[in-house]
Design a protein around this ligand. Structure first.
Ligand code: BJW
Length: 232
């Protein structure tokens, strides 16, 4: 299929599978590469359960900083296009590894958030999960006195079974899979494109080549907003 023929309107069941590159044009740093979060911070000190158990205040300082950055950023054209496509075709599913909530802010429905959300917290004591949009967070502790933990899937945490199952089901039944802005280097999410049927058309949007590029029918090299606009 020629690039010019790959239009959203030619497909019935579209799945977007997104990563940090989707929000890069909004000003949210990606994780890897130049200027990436992990080039400045060691994840073992900030993004795993052991780090939180060792020093919850330090981990909260890091996440509060990210809340402030994310709250100041606006969704970009790529987020808007995803919302428009879903509006035009409500069968469209969106699976994201992002925790920034920008897809929510443009009205994308039923996003499968594989790695949790920066805007949810989980209490250690009473296990209550709460949405809290404040930046920095209003309180790092629950009313029961225990620390809240960001409801993010850190390294070494298991992904939610139901979310993974929903993601696999969506990908298995799609006729167009569009991966946008992921380095495809974090598992098990990175393997999800393998669940697509052989007849599904698979597009990767990324300025860089990834380890998964050869699995796609088409690689669109460029920023998400520009590349998705071509498919409208
Ligand atoms: C643009 C753009 C533009 C730029 N437009 N594009 C060895 C082998 C296999 C697995 C493992 C292993 N050792 C450990 C593991 C397991 C581990 C893992 O995968 N590690 C890998 C690093 C190897 N996985 C886990 O721990 C997961 N849990 C798990 O597996 O449980 C079972 C288990 C436990 C223990 C051992 C083994 C199994 C959980 C993973 C959780 C990931 N969580 C994070 C965030 C945490 C912290 C936080 O944010 O506070 O999720 S990590 C981070 O990476 C974040 C992202 O969702 C995730 C994926 O990154 P993404 O989105 O792809 O971003 P980048 O930055 O990598 O890429 C951005 C891309 O955008 C680039 O390609 C750019 O080119 C592109 N781009 N501008 C379009 N304008």
């Amino acid at each position: 299929m020629a690039t010019t023929e790959v239009k959203f309107s030619n497909f019935k069941k579209i799945v977007f599978f997104t990563g940090a590159g989707l929000s890069a044009e909004s000003g949210i740093p990606t994780f890897r590469g130049k200027g990436g979060t992990w080039s400045q911070y060691n994840f073992e000190d900030y993004a795993c359960q052991k780090a939180f158990d060792r020093d919850p205040e330090k981990v909260w300082d890091f996440h509060d900083e990210r809340r402030v950055v994310a709250a100041e950023c606006e969704p970009n054209r790529a987020h808007q296009i995803i919302a428009e496509v879903q509006k035009m075709n409500p069968a469209t599913k969106v699976i994201t590894q992002n925790i920034d909530g920008l897809l929510d802010r443009v009205g994308v429905k039923d996003t499968i958030e594989l790695h949790g959300s920066l805007w949810r917290v989980r209490c250690y004591g009473c296990e209550m999960v709460t949405r809290d949009d404040t930046a920095p967070i209003r309180s790092r502790k629950c009313e029961c006195g225990q620390y809240f933990r960001p409801d993010i899937v850190w390294f070494g945490d298991m992904l939610d079974d139901l979310q993974m199952q929903n993601a696999r089901t969506a990908i298995r039944s799609c006729d167009l899979l569009i991966s946008v802005g992921t380095s495809a280097s974090v598992f098990p999410a990175a393997h999800l494109p393998f669940y697509a049927m052989p007849e599904a058309f698979k597009v990767e949007v990324n300025p860089e080549i990834t380890d998964m590029t050869s699995e796609y029918n088409l690689h669109l090299s460029g920023p998400a907003s520009e590349m998705l606009e071509k498919m409208l």
